[in-house]
Design a protein. Sequence first.
Length: 32
Amino acid sequence: DDIQLGIFLNIFVLFVLFVDQMIFLGLKEEVR
């Protein structure tokens, strides 16, 4: 279903943004 695909993409995008933030914060901590 298109609705299921939309929900899956939504969760995927949120997950990618979350991982991106964690990596960014991790790099910021290492630089310090």
